[in-house]
Design a protein around this ligand. Sequence first.
Ligand code: G6P
Length: 369
Amino acid sequence: EAIEKGGYDHFMLKEINEQPRSIADCMRGRLDAKNGRLVLGGLRDYMNKFQNADRIIITACGTSWHAGLVAEYLFEEFARIPVEVEYASEFRYRNPVISEKDFVIAISQSGETADTLAAIELAKSKGATIFGVCNVVGSSIARATHAGCYTHAGPEIGVASTKAFTAQISVLTMMALMLGYQRGTLTESKYVQLLNELEGIPVKVEKALKMNSNVEKIAEIYKDSRNFLYLGRGYNFPVALEGALKLKEISYIHAEGYPAAEMKHGPIALIDEEMPVVFIATKDTSYEKVVSNIQEVKARKGKIIAVVTEGDTVVRGMADHVLEVPDTAEAFVPLLSVIPLQQLSYHIAVMRGCNVDQPRNLAKSVTVE
Ligand code: G6P
């Protein structure tokens, strides 16, 4: 096992650090920005269905569901097709309206999650096309779908998903770009520009990982907190959910992820000097709005930890702590902004003496309902 951990104390830390490579692996042979090429073999025979779908339905559980939420923003922005993101466990039991014109994407690291598998069977019986985004080759979900695209992140051992999440987003991003280009909702020049930016993401992830020692210092300060709030908007809203999920999974600290603007409809009541609030406040179209949300928390004496874009000065002047990630296209920010949040949950859990790789009551894949 020590050898498998490759010198790391835990699989989770190894997997966090592997992300520059796992994302590159996921894009290898598919993305060739120099020649403006993007090829997803699994999609070839189904591109017509995908392109002409009335609606995309994404179904998944846990962290994979968060990747699905990111994809909702991606598909709607680039391809202008309406998207619904469904918890597989809800979808399967509520007699959903599904037709042959729906393109269903099932996301699963393990490819064995019982609820996701059942959701697929249901959608299939209604005539929809089902596309899988799985990590484990030959898994049940990979076999149950009409077609699919593997994430190629390599085996993920830590129960809390990290590198599978960023690989899922990478696949979904490539799908959205392809779809947008084919449908003509994304211009050629924008498409090529985005392909180039995407190809450079692994290097930027490597850079984001360098915040680790700063993250460790912050973990030391807040490790005994009883609650955490994670807030973000737009593409960073699913990242807020994922950051909170990571923390509760492995450190057993109660954490809530929320769209930053919704804070005033509830979570704001929880804020006092004891409450660490993690803002994902990268430079994007909602930046100014997030800045005013930060002010609202500051006015109530909450402790502010902010994930910001490199070189940011405004949030730096307001927050108690900042963690920088490199600048990128707005749509690709989740691939970077989630990194320090994975590290934060990891360090807090280690400092609290928790079993990081096998947290209590959780399983790597949930094969029963
Ligand atoms: C479990 C795991 C999570 C995972 C979820 C969905 O809860 O602990 O890490 O996100 O199942 O699993 P899947 O394999 O379908 O992505």
